[in-house]
Design a protein around this ligand. Structure first.
Ligand SMILES: Cc1cc2nc3c(=O)[nH]c(=O)nc-3n(C[C@H](O)[C@H](O)[C@H](O)COP(=O)(O)OP(=O)(O)OC[C@H]3O[C@@H](n4cnc5c(N)ncnc54)[C@H](O)[C@@H]3O)c2cc1C
Length: 469
C-alpha cells in the first residue's frame, strides 16, 4: 500500500465560530483517521523520534499498538514514561521535538505523533474503568512545591513507588500554567483536573492556597517530617517594557489577564473577578503566550485585537499552528512595530471624568531588521521619525516571565543564577541538601514536556537518596 505523504488533518471548529467561544479549537482525530495516521509510521530501526522526546516516550511501540486498534495498549506504553499524555498530545511543540526527527519527515510530512498521542489519551480517558490504586507505603515523606507539570510528574513518580507525597500549591486550583495560563480553547481544564484526580487516587495529598516562603518555608517543611523537597514553582514573574504609561488602568501582564480569564472564569456572566471585555486590544509580544492572550481577548468580545511585535513573521517565536489559528480568527499582526509609550485619558476640564487614568492609545515606532544579535535573530532597529499612534483601550504585555524570588529569599543557601533560575546539578539537586528543583523555576519559561522531564529526573534522584539504592 502506498504511504500517504501528508499527515492527516485534525478536524477543527470553524474559525468564525470558534473566535466567539471558549470551546476547544482542535476536535481530535476520529478512530478511523487515527488508524490511517498510525499506518504512516515506518517503525524504523533507529527510532529517532524517541530521542526527540524529552521524556523518551516509546513512540514506535505505541504507534504499533495503535495500528492494531489496541488503544489501551498504546496508552499503557505512553503512560509508562509520560504522566500527562492528554496534555502533551495537545500542547507539546512536536514539530521541533519528536516529529522533527521522524524518518517519514525526511521525504514527506512526519507522522502526526502528537495527534495520535492525543487520540490514544482521550480514548483511555473515555473508556478506562479502573482507577489507579495507591501502592503500599514505603514510610518516606516528600514535599513538592508547585502543582505545574514538573511538580505533578515528580509527585506521580514518587507516589507510584510508595512515597507519601504532599504537593503545596499557592493558587486555589492545582495544575500550574496548565490551568491558569493555557486557555480552555487549547487545553480543556477538565483534562488537567482528571490528571490531578489520578494523582490523588495514587495517594498524593494536594494542599492548595499554601505559599511556600509565606505560609510555610522550605525549612519548616523539613521540621514537619518531610525528608526531601522538590521545588517546581515555575516562572510566573512577568516582565514589562519600562515605558511611560505602563501603570495606566487597562495595562495587564499576559499572566494576569490569562489568570483572570482561565482560573477566575472572567468570561462568565457572573465572574469571580473583573476583566476588560470589548474595545480594541493590543498584545505586545510574539510568543505562544502572546497568541493565547490575543485569542482570549477576541473571545472576551474585543472588536479588534492587534499583535504588536518588533521583528517580522519569520522571527515570531510562537508555534506555527498557533499563529495560523490566530490569523484565521482575525487577529491583526502589526509586525516590525514597537511600543514607546502607552497613552492615557486625562480630561483637564473634569478631573472626575471616569475615563481618566485609563488607556486611550499606544504610541509605537516602526522597526527594520539589522545584523543578527546574540540570539542569532536579526536585531530590530527603530526607524527615526516613524512614530505613530495605535487606537487601543487595553494593552497586554506578553514579553516573557522569570522565576519569582520568594522561595530563594526565604531559603538559606539556595543558589540561583543571574536570571533567578535555581541552580541544580545533573541529578536535579540544588545547593541545599535534600532540596531538588526543576521545570521553569530552574530554566526560566520553557515547555510542559521539559518541565515533566525535570520532575521525572528529580523523582528518580529523590528515590535514590531516600531508598539508599
Ligand atoms: C500562556 C502560556 C502558554 C503556554 N503554552 C505552552 C504550550 O503550548 N506548550 C508548551 O509546551 N508549553 C507552554 N507554555 C509553557 C509551559 O506551560 C511551562 O513551561 C510549564 O508549565 C512549566 O511547568 P512548571 O511545573 O515548571 O511550572 P508551572 O506550570 O508554572 O507551575 C508552577 C506552580 O507553582 C506554583 N507556585 C509558585 N510559587 C509558589 C510558592 N511559593 N508556593 C507554592 N506554590 C507556588 C504556581 O502557582 C504554579 O501553580 C505556556 C506558558 C504560558 C504562560
Amino acid at each position: 500500500m502506498a504511504l500517504d505523504p501528508k499527515k492527516h488533518e485534525m478536524p477543527a471548529q470553524d474559525p468564525q465560530v470558534r473566535a466567539h467561544n471558549f470551546d476547544e479549537v482542535a476536535l481530535g482525530y476520529t478512530e478511523e483517521i487515527a488508524l490511517a495516521e498510525a499506518q504512516r509510521c515506518l517503525n524504523c530501526k533507529n527510532k529517532p523520534c524517541v530521542e526527540g522526546c524529552p521524556v523518551n516516550v516509546n513512540i514506535p511501540d505505541f504507534i504499533m499498538k495503535a495500528k492494531e486498534g489496541d488503544w489501551e495498549g498504546a496508552y499503557q506504553i505512553i503512560n509508562a514514561t509520560s504522566t500527562l499524555p492528554a496534555v502533551c498530545g495537545r500542547v507539546c511543540p512536536q514539530e521541533t521535538q519528536c516529529e522533527a526527527k521522524c524518518t517519514m519527515g525526511i521525504k514527506f510530512e512526519p507522522v502526526g505523533i502528537g495527534r495520535l498521542e492525543r487520540f490514544v489519551a482521550d480514548w483511555h480517558n473515555a473508556n478506562a474503568k479502573e482507577k489507579a490504586v495507591a501502592p503500599a507505603s514505603n514510610g518516606h515523606k516528600v514535599a513538592v512545591v508547585g502543582s505545574g507539570p514538573s511538580g505533578l510528574t515528580c509527585a506521580g513518580d514518587l507516589a507510584k513507588k510508595g512515597y507519601k507525597v504532599s504537593v503545596f500549591e499557592a493558587l486555589h486550583t492545582a495544575g500550574g500554567v496548565l490551568v491558569y495560563g493555557i486557555p480552555e480553547f487549547r487545553l480543556p481544564k477538565a483534562i488537567v483536573a482528571r490528571e490531578v484526580e489520578g494523582l490523588k487516587d495514587l495517594g498524593v495529598d494536594i494542599e492548595t492556597n499554601v505559599i511556600i516562603g509565606k505560609t510555610l518555608t522550605v525549612d519548616e517543611l523539613f521540621d514537619m517530617g518531610f525528608e526531601a523537597v522538590f521545588i517546581g514553582s515555575g516562572a510566573g514573574l512577568p516582565m514589562f517594557m519600562n515605558i511611560p504609561g505602563e501603570s495606566l488602568k487597562g495595562v495587564f501582564s499576559a499572566n494576569e489577564y490569562l489568570t483572570r480569564s482561565n482560573l477566575m472564569k472572567a468570561f462568565r456572566d457572573e465572574p469571580r473577578t473583573p476583566i476588560m471585555k470589548g474595545g480594541k486590544v493590543a498584545v505586545v509580544g510574539g510568543g505562544n503566550v502572546a497568541m493565547d492572550a490575543a485569542r482570549t481577548a477576541l473571545r472576551l468580545g474585543a472588536e479588534k485585537v492587534y499583535i504588536v511585535y518588533r521583528r517580522s513573521m519569520e522571527e515570531l517565536p510562537a508555534r506555527a499552528e498557533e499563529v495560523e489559528h490566530a490569523i484565521e480568527e482575525g487577529i491583526d499582526f502589526r509586525l516590525l512595530n514597537n511600543p514607546v509609550e502607552i497613552l492615557g485619558y486625562n480630561n483637564p476640564d473634569d478631573p472626575r471624568d471616569p475615563k481618566n487614568g485609563f488607556v486611550r492609545g499606544m504610541r509605537c515606532i516602526k522597526m527594520e531588521l539589522g545584523e543578527p544579535d546574540a540570539s542569532g535573530r536579526r536585531r530590530p532597529v527603530p526607524i527615526p521619525g516613524s512614530e505613530f499612534e495605535l487606537d487601543v483601550d487595553a494593552v497586554i504585555m506578553a514579553l516573557g516571565t522569570s522565576p519569582n524570588p520568594l522561595i530563594k529569599n526565604t531559603t538559606e543557601g539556595l543558589e540561583v543564577n543571574r536570571k533567578g533560575g535555581i541552580i541544580v546539578d545533573e541529578a536535579g539537586l540544588t545547593s541545599r541538601e535534600a532540596v531538588f528543583a526543576g521545570g521553569d523555576a530552574v530554566t526560566g519559561a520553557a515547555t510542559v514536556i521539559s518541565a515533566m522531564g525535570a520532575g521525572k529526573l528529580a523523582a528518580a534522584s529523590i528515590d535514590k537518596m531516600l531508598s539508599g539504592k
